[in-house]
Design a protein around this ligand. Structure first.
Ligand SMILES: Nc1nc2c(c(=O)[nH]1)N[C@H]1C(S)=C(S)[C@@H](COP(=O)(O)OP(=O)(O)OC[C@H]3O[C@@H](n4cnc5c(N)ncnc54)[C@H](O)[C@@H]3O)O[C@H]1N2
Ligand code: MOO
Length: 395
């Protein structure tokens, strides 16, 4: 049986990013860059002061005191450096040509029109407290590669380098088909043989509000081949990725594998060496859509959506790092249990790099899962405290 690592590789290899579009900078927050951001000028664009202080020529420091000729005004072209005098300068101010160092305010005694050094003149070196033009990056260089998400740090660079209308991937249209005759709306009062649909809301909570997702909604269908095929092809017509829940294992009413084939899906894998979620299916639709059949048990849906759903959507969204695990944690209450499958166990974070296993009754136990922050992965046959790869439930 396929390992989750091989399955992930197969999935990523067969999916392609959606098209790109240009958007205004403010609308690019949270979106994925489809083109690299380039520096439109040197950074910094001029030699600048790293401190509040005084710009000086080194040769003038032998004098006991130095007259202050004026200041370098912020936001203006710097004046010429006068000889035999200092210029007051502020952090980020452009260093006048001819100035060789900036002396910090706290290293001088300040009088209204002159300064006196309070540190030995020999300790002031050429270039001291000056950040050189282009020392961060030269004009034309790549600041951020395509495939990165526009978070606060990327936004800062884009604004600084005048990226007025960046090219980003368009948002990935995601739809969901939830299957099961036993399922009712959350507002319903179920009989003991019925259930409220929790998988639809779970998948929506995981992906629906992401800035790079265009949420197309959840449709619920009965366990009939006709109803399922119709719902799936309707969702595929308007989506870049469709997630199905339930109906993917061995039961007489598990129509998902047949329906996926019926609508022209090419199955990439069906059944993985994982718990929970072993019956999982992945396919590619006729126009490159990601199709995932997530096993119906609620915790299986949470785990497989977080692992394979997130990766498939990120790949379609254009992320260069589609399947990076987020962190490693050590278990503070490890046991010696292991499986011949790759085991995903709910945990609660208890400290930096530390997590606690949350006891539960398996993949139908939503009450226990609700006390966890995410899950760890133990490879087949592995046991003990780890550290293990950890995924938070939230993407
Ligand atoms: N003979 C076998 N039977 C099963 C196997 C197997 O390998 N051989 N695998 C088991 C595993 S593991 C899982 S997981 C389940 C997954 O099966 P399905 O994807 O076909 O899921 P369903 O049978 O439709 O549902 C399973 C379970 O989850 C509940 N469910 C379904 N949808 C929802 C929803 N939207 N909200 C809340 N709960 C939901 C459903 O009522 C069932 O209780 O198969 C095992 N069987
Ligand atoms: O592995 Mo299933 O996914 O037990 O619920």
């Amino acid at each position: 049986m396929l390992t989750p690592l091989d399955a992930m590789e197969r999935l990523v290899a067969r999916l392609r990013p959606v098209d790109a579009e240009r958007v205004a900078l403010h609308a690019a927050a949270g979106r994925v860059l489809a083109e690299a951001v380039l520096a439109d000028r040197d950074s910094p664009a001029h030699d600048v002061s790293a401190m509040d202080g005084y710009a000086v020529r080194l040769g003038d420091l032998s004098n006991e005191t130095l007259a202050v000729a004026g200041e370098v005004a912020t936001g203006h072209e710097p004046p010429e450096m006068p000889s035999g005098k200092a210029l007051r300068i502020f952090t980020g101010g452009c260093v006048p040509s001819g100035a060789e160092a900036v002396i910090r305010r706290e290293d001088v005694e300040e009088a209204p029109a002159q300064i006196r050094l309070t540190v030995p003149a020999e300790t002031i070196r050429a270039g001291q407290n000056i950040r050189r033009r282009g020392e961060n990056l030269a004009a034309g260089a790549v600041v951020v590669e395509a495939g990165e998400v526009v978070g606060p740090s990327v936004m800062s660079a884009m604004a600084s380098f005048g990226c007025v209308e960046p090219t980003v991937y368009r948002r990935v249209r995601v739809g969901v088909v939830v299957t099961g005759d036993e399922l009712l709306d959350v507002a319903a009062r179920p009989e003991p043989w019925q259930l409220r649909d929790s998988n639809g809301p779970v998948v929506e909570a995981m992906f629906g509000a992401l800035p790079w997702v265009d949420w197309q909604g959840v449709v619920r269908v009965h366990d009939s081949m006709e109803a399922l095929t119709e719902a799936l092809s309707e969702q595929l017509a308007g989506c870049d990725a469709v997630l199905l829940t339930g109906g993917v294992s061995m039961g007489d009413y598990d129509h998902v594998p047949a329906a996926v084939r019926e609508v022209g899906g090419e199955v990439l894998f069906h059944k993985l060496a994982i718990r929970p979620g072993k019956p999982m299916l992945a396919a590619v639709g006729p126009s490159g859509q990601a199709i995932l059949g997530l096993p119906g048990n609620p915790v299986s849906v949470m785990v497989t959506a977080r692992l394979f759903g997130a990766t498939a959507l990120r790949r379609r969204a254009g992320f260069s790092r589609a399947d990076a695990p987020t962190a490693m944690v050590r278990l503070v209450n490890a046991d010696e249990k292991s499986l011949r499958l790759w085991w995903h166990r709910p945990v609660r974070l208890v400290g930096p790099g530390e997590a606690e296993l949350v006891a539960g009754m398996g993949s139908g136990d939503v009450a226990s899962a609700a006390r966890s922050d995410g899950f760890v992965r133990l490879p087949a046959e592995a046991a003990g405290e780890g550290p293990w790869a950890y995924w938070p439930w939230s993407v």
